[in-house]
Design a protein around this ligand. Structure first.
Ligand SMILES: Cc1cc2nc3c(=O)[nH]c(=O)nc-3n(C[C@H](O)[C@H](O)[C@H](O)COP(=O)(O)OP(=O)(O)OC[C@H]3O[C@@H](n4cnc5c(N)ncnc54)[C@H](O)[C@@H]3O)c2cc1C
Length: 432
């Protein structure tokens, strides 16, 4: 395979976002009301909402804001949960499940309203999102899912064969589900915009400031080790998702991390753009280990899919993505692929994110299973409510007890096991 020259550190988003000067690292010890660890959507949104409620907040990021998943994702803003309404009702009971659905089905609206209120220039578009079926069984599953979601406050449409072909310009998917409230953003621009808005509301940012440890002392005091310096805080938010590692090992052992890789073409000629995804909705699939694609605001075709347990894309994964693109859109034959990158996502075993209070005053939210753009931003607001003392019963998302995955003593082994299990499940034609 011929490889174009490229900078492996650069992504489509980092090469097309407006320049930004990073904040300084921490240069002295500090006392703060709330320390937020992690500058992705979860941490940024929590910091913003806490500052809006009058709290004194400092945010610490190992690299720069948006360095991991929040600045490297597909930018698809998809509301809702992967589990359907009945599964949620069965598990959480009617009242809690209905509240969760109201929250989740509205979280794309919430993101677009936030971006607009904060005047974040992130190329926001609202042409929906399509989940393509890959088998007759998954088409039937999507038809039932559409009925169920609409009966519980969602806004989706089942697209049979001709309708999905008209919306996507491809006959690859036998049917699909259109999520009307969905859309897309430039993810790094959105992350940087959130950071700018939070800073304007008083949040202190420290970048290249990895937190190496958290010590919860007696009473309300917590101490963070940041390089040579100490940060004393009354409350701590851990917003490090797939990159939590040794910072709080029990969290890192409660999910698996899976790599997702993306490639993007050069801007395509207008005629080709119009033939591809004519509705301009992003597309994903019902498979657990799925491919997803969209057209970016400058007419590049972007496709992503499972990577190889690493933050770097390897040639085999890139080839696999090119092949997947051509299978879905043969019109892409001969186009030039200009960008390639990868990153990791946190996947929980039941496809639901988590909020926990890990110790008094130490909160976390994580585990978005590839749907963290709208959800991470929305759960940041819920974390801020929790920190501000809103009772658990009144929060929009349930606070649960942390549970380690008992059968995953070694995380990477666990991830490999889970991927194989999901692959097998997909190959056997599991519908959703
Ligand atoms: C390739 C890819 C494509 C995706 N596509 C989509 C999509 O189209 N739509 C969608 O909804 N979701 C998508 N997702 C998922 C979504 O991007 C994530 O769920 C979401 O960004 C997670 O946000 P976060 O803030 O919780 O975590 P992150 O964005 O990963 O942020 C965590 C931050 O914590 C920092 N950090 C870690 N440890 C420390 C420490 N010790 N001290 C200080 N800082 C630390 C990291 O550097 C990082 O910046 C995708 C993910 C990937 C990887």
């Amino acid at each position: 395979m011929k490889r174009d020259s490229f900078d492996p550190a650069a992504t489509l988003w980092s090469s097309t976002a407006a320049a930004r000067t990073p904040a300084n690292p921490l240069e002295e010890s500090l006392e703060v009301d709330t320390a937020v660890i992690g500058g992705g959507f979860t941490g940024l949104s929590t910091a913003l909402h806490l500052a809006q409620s009058g709290r004194q907040v400092a945010l610490f990021e190992s690299f720069e804001v948006g360095h991991r998943a929040s600045g490297r994702n597909g930018g698809q803003v998809v509301p809702g949960f992967k589990p359907g309404p009945q599964a949620l009702i069965q598990r959480f009971g009617n009242d809690v499940a209905r509240r969760m659905m109201r929250f989740a089905y509205g979280n794309a609206d919430a993101l677009f309203e936030l971006a607009s209120a904060l005047e974040i220039d992130c190329a926001a578009t609202r042409q929906g999102w399509i989940q393509g079926a890959f088998s007759p069984a998954s088409a039937a599953y999507l038809e039932g899912r559409a009925r169920e979601i609409n009966a519980h406050g969602g806004d989706v449409e089942y697209l049979p064969g001709d309708a999905i072909a008209a919306a996507t310009g491809s006959r690859f998917w036998p049917a699909g589900l259109l999520e009307r409230r969905a859309g897309a953003i430039h993810p790094l621009a959105f992350a940087r915009g959130l950071a700018q808005a939070a800073a304007a509301r008083g949040v202190s940012f420290y970048e290249h400031a990895a937190v190496n440890g958290i010590h919860a002392g007696p009473g309300a005091a917590k101490t963070l080790q940041v390089g040579k310096h100490l940060v004393h805080a009354k409350r701590v938010i851990i917003a490090t998702d797939a990159y939590t590692g040794q910072l709080w090992p029990a969290v890192a052992q409660s999910y698996v991390t899976v790599a997702s890789a993306q490639i993007a073409t050069a801007p395509l000629p207008m005629a080709l753009q119009q033939a591809l995804l004519p509705r301009r909705a992003g597309v994903s699939e019902t498979r657990k280990i799925t491919y997803y694609c969209r057209i970016d605001p400058e007419g590049r075709f972007v496709i992503g899919g499972r990577g190889r347990a690493s933050d770097q894309i390897d040639p085999a994964t890139e080839q696999q993505l090119r092949t997947a693109a051509l299978k879905r859109f043969p019109q892409l034959e001969g186009v030039r692929w200009e960008h390639r990158w990868a990153c990791r996502v946190g996947m929980t075993i039941d496809d639901l994110p988590r909020i926990h209070e890990l110790a008094p005053g130490i909160w976390t939210a994580y585990g978005y299973c590839g749907r963290g753009v709208a959800m991470g931003t929305a759960l940041g607001r819920v974390l801020a409510d929790a920190v501000n003392g809103v009772p658990a019963a009144d929060l929009d998302f349930p606070v649960t007890q942390l549970k380690r995955l008992p059968f995953f003593p070694a995380r990477q082994f666990g991830a490999a096991l889970a991927i194989n299990w999901y692959r097998l499940r997909d190959a056997l034609g599991h519908p959703g």
